[in-house]
Design a protein around this ligand. Sequence first.
Ligand SMILES: Nc1ncnc2c1ncn2[C@@H]1O[C@H](COP(=O)(O)OP(=O)(O)OP(=O)(O)O)[C@@H](O)[C@H]1O
Ligand SMILES: [Mg+2]
Length: 239
Amino acid sequence: MEPNRIAVSCRGLTKSYGTGDAQTLALRGIDLSIRYGELLMLVGPSGSGKTTLLSIIAGILDQDAGQCVVLDHDSRTMDATERARFRGRSIGFVFQTFNLLPSLTVVENVAVPLLINGTPRKTAAKRARGMLDAFDLGGRAKALPTQLSGGQQQRVAIARALIHAPKLIVCDEPTSNLDHTAGHHVMELLRREAQVPDRALVVVTHDSRIFEFADRIAHMDDGRIVEVTNGTTQEATPQ
Ligand SMILES: Nc1ncnc2c1ncn2[C@@H]1O[C@H](COP(=O)(O)OP(=O)(O)OP(=O)(O)O)[C@@H](O)[C@H]1O
Ligand SMILES: [Mg+2]
């Protein structure tokens, strides 16, 4: 693999919600590149545009202007079927609100991305159980999401995002419901996933306790990236 190959390239991204007086400019021109093998964190105040940017990178929201190329794909050149297939195969999401399917058990939730990609049911369930073990949830495989604590639901959502070994993993506040120990455990798992060649991770967080896991941190404010620093040393680096 070429060193420093680019997994995600955003250029001049803008996004607004609503119209007229009710219009909110959520992104005001975002330039950002994420390399393969990199764990990039997006940080910034509430409302600064982190989830909006993550949603565009993940292909679940369209920008108004600018370009976003993800794993050599520009979603604007793909039709709805191609987009869905690309997302299903190549991207793992952890949503801020988990989005677990309430009528499926924990193990069934985790197996969903494999089933979507055509893995036989038995193989999918076996791999899902293995992933749950890695997240200390083996004993809760048959529970429904509503029977779990917030932290447990969060870990199920992360297990589901990783199960099909996607090349890009995007996580919105993955440690917000976890205590220090569980948060570190999850970040160690995510960090390990990011170090697989040909893979990249983007993590939105408010949680300064996990900054040490980042390769770089992009600081957002009012729809802009105002600074990019190194995760551990906090030195400024080029965008
Ligand atoms: N669906 C929507 N409709 C209208 N405005 C929206 C919508 N989603 C987000 N916004 C607005 O866009 C701006 C950016 O929101 P976004 O959710 O991206 O922020 P955030 O940085 O993720 O915040 P938080 O840390 O609270 O999750 C905010 O002003 C928000 O009110
Ligand atoms: Mg958000």
